[in-house]
Design a protein around this ligand. Structure first.
Ligand SMILES: Cc1cc2nc3c(=O)[nH]c(=O)nc-3n(C[C@H](O)[C@H](O)[C@H](O)COP(=O)(O)O)c2cc1C
Length: 301
């Protein structure tokens, strides 16, 4: 009997749909599947009021934890495979997931465990995943695979649709815009990733798992988006430090700086992103080997 634990947090249910699609046929005579939902003591709102949405940036970027309800999480229980299904907030681990990873229980539990990570995001995730990798390494977990589902529409379109989704609760599609987030089709088709996971689990051999997942396009990395992310994260850190000087999350004294960040971000996305994209696309064409090396790195575990 093999035991799997899926640890997840999801405001919209998207990550639960993704893990359901991948693991729907796992439960049976020889596999036991458990779920653990990360529960903040005071959860974030969904849909988000605008100020609160942007006010989470400093704590996300600086990795400042929130309080969670963890009484029902038993770090002593053993599992053959642990899945961490998570999302990215402001190019960083979402606050609930980061808070879970910072807990003593998570540290104790993850030691020596085989961990598969699954992301359901818009399209900017590579540096948040570096943080995830460093937690797993520090805790002595065995990171055996990674799967990423993104919104494949154009970046400018996906920003517009995700704002509508996260602030008004409407996933769409509506009028000329496609549905927000990971498409229904991609969620359904993620079930194809079950086969390599199942055979690695049953044979207790995870050596080729990531390569097998990559053959099924499990980790899309877009070179120019990844390059922009690196620069954007540096700028987010500066904004975050400035906002945190004015107070903690929710403090009215920081609202001016939070709103300034919001307008900066929208301007950067719609004005600077297209220009920077072009620059990095040219760089990729001029230096394809370096670009491929970067892409390969982020596709690995
Ligand atoms: C505050 C906030 C910031 C986000 N920032 C990013 C980001 O930097 N990169 C990205 O790809 N997605 C980002 N997203 C989208 C999430 O990763 C996720 O896909 C979406 O919120 C779906 O929510 P769920 O996983 O909680 O159901 C952000 C979402 C929120 C709420």
């Amino acid at each position: 009997m093999k035991k799997i634990l899926i640890i997840y947090y999801s405001q919209t249910g998207q990550l639960k749909q993704i893990t359901d699609s991948i693991f729907e046929n796992f439960q049976g005579e020889s596999i036991e599947l458990d779920y653990y939902e990360i529960k903040p003591l005071r959860d974030f709102p969904f849909p988000w009021p605008s100020d609160e949405f942007f006010d989470t940036m400093p704590e996300s970027v600086k990795g400042i934890p929130m309080k969670l309800f963890l009484d029902d999480f038993n770090p002593e229980k053993d599992y053959d495979l642990v899945v961490i299904a998570y999302q990215v907030w402001y190019l960083s681990l979402s606050i609930p997931v980061n808070s879970f990873l910072l807990s003593e229980k998570a540290r104790k539990f993850l030691k020596g465990k085989n961990v598969l990570t699954i992301l359901g995001v818009r399209n900017m995730w590579v540096y948040a995943h570096e943080t995830m990798k460093s937690y797993l390494k520090e805790y002595g977990a065995n990171h055996i695979g990674n799967i990423v589902l993104i919104d494949k529409t154009n970046n400018l379109v996906s920003v517009a649709t995700i704002i509508k989704w996260l602030m008004y609760g409407k996933k769409g599609p509506y009028r000329l815009l496609p549905e927000a987030g990971v498409s229904k089709k991609d969620i359904q088709e993620s079930s194809k990733l079950a086969n390599p996971i199942k055979s690695a689990l049953t044979s207790d051999n995870y050596t080729n798992l990531q390569n097998d997942l990559l053959k099924l396009n499990a980790v899309p990395v877009c070179y120019h988006v990844m390059k922009i992310e690196k620069n954007a994260l540096r700028i987010f850190h500066k904004f975050a430090s400035g906002i945190l000087k004015k107070g903690q999350a929710g403090d009215k004294k920081r609202i001016f700086r939070v709103r300034f960040f919001k307008y900066y971000l929208l301007l950067a996305i719609y004005l600077l992103f297209p220009i920077a994209s072009l620059v990095f696309m040219i760089k990729k064409a001029l230096f394809p080997k370096t670009a491929k090396k970067d892409i390969n790195y982020f596709q690995g575990v």
